[in-house]
Design a binder for this molecule. Structure first.
Ligand SMILES: *[C@@H]1O[C@H](CO)[C@@H](O)[C@H](O)[C@H]1NC(C)=O
Ligand SMILES: *[C@@H]1O[C@H](CO)[C@@H](O)[C@H](O)[C@H]1NC(C)=O
Length: 296
């Protein structure tokens, strides 16, 4: 056991220079989006993995869906209290918590990037509202999950890129991730090309590509790795959802490695869906990541 820890420390020391992370392997888990009373401490968390909870969602809108010019509020499940975030981080020092921004909808209103008229005011409002949510909920980062965009001339990349830069510069957050899906790729490429230095991981929603076989999953991964950064793009899985399902996902992860890609983490949507299925995919994904850490 002692030897094992020394080895991990050695691995982390090595990866520190290339990825700036302690362990180098990350688990991303969306939680709290559906209203299911899901709890952080029900989710299996392995030592030796950087485990990131993505609290879903913080939204720039009132409960009726009216936009608030950058003033975000938390809308994730009531069970995800500030105390429960503090407690899980205390019992598992490898846990970090991020607020995921926007998501698809609030109530029955579809959310979209709306091109704020006064961009500096929007950035300033977003910075202060997210700073206070981060302080209240003990957050380490934000995830960008806008899913709908105007047809043209979006100021999304500028506003979000400047927001992340400012939050990191003021040490409000240390982590930022983005969650494109096939229809939103152009907006996120613009963001990533201009602000990639402050974006740590790409939680690409592979399940929206509706790829069902391991071999086609690898093709989809190649495409997205080329559009973003192969070391930042994480394979993802939707529990009881679209795309590849069941153990074929782990065949796909093995095939990615066989094709020379390094699987630096896994994103799962979502703990809400897994809570009735004993978190099979969370357990097995971490098992996979730990196996491939040891064989580095
Ligand atoms: C924040 O930005 C200032 C001005 O560009 C820079 O000097 C400083 O090093 C930055 N701090 C961090 C923590 O990035
Ligand atoms: C991890 O390694 C163990 C031991 O070799 C193996 O039994 C298990 O199936 C592996 N898990 C995954 C998810 O690949």
């Amino acid at each position: 056991m002692f030897k094992f820890h020394l080895f991990l420390f050695h691995v982390s020391g090595f990866l520190f220079f290339s990825h700036q992370f302690c362990y180098g392997k990350v688990m991303m888990e969306y939680i709290g989006a559906t209203g299911v009373p899901v709890k952080l401490d029900d989710v299996p968390i392995e030592d030796g993995i950087d485990f990131h909870f993505l609290l879903s969602f913080a939204i720039d809108a009132d409960p009726s869906g009216n936009s608030q010019n950058g003033k975000f509020s938390p809308y994730w499940a009531d069970t995800l209290t500030p105390e429960s975030v503090a407690a899980i981080k205390q019992s598992h020092p490898n846990v970090k918590a991020l607020a995921s921004l926007s998501g698809w909808s609030i109530g029955n209103k579809v959310l979209r990037w709306y091109n704020p008229v006064d961009v500096q005011q929007w950035i300033s409002n977003a910075f202060s509202s997210l700073s206070s949510i981060a302080q209240q909920y003990h957050l380490d980062g934000i995830d960008i999950d806008y899913e709908n965009f105007p047809r043209r001339n979006s100021n999304f990349a500028y506003c979000i890129g400047e927001l992340i830069t400012l939050l990191k510069n003021q040490s409000v957050i240390s982590l930022a991730t983005i969650a494109p899906y096939h229809k939103t790729v152009p907006a996120y490429i613009e963001l990533f090309e201009n602000y990639g230095d402050v974006i740590d991981f790409v939680n690409y929603q592979f399940y929206t590509d509706k790829v069902r076989q391991a071999r086609s999953y690898v093709e989809a991964f190649k495409l997205r790795a080329g559009q973003f950064d192969k070391d930042k793009v994480l394979p993802s899985y939707e529990v009881n959802g679209r795309g590849i399902q069941g153990d074929a996902f782990f065949d796909a992860l093995r095939l990615l490695e066989a094709n020379g890609f390094s699987v630096n983490g896994v994103m799962i949507f979502s703990a809400d869906a897994s809570s009735s299925g004993h978190y099979y995919y969370e357990t097995k994904s971490q098992d996979f990541l730990l196996n491939s850490t040891v064989s580095v």
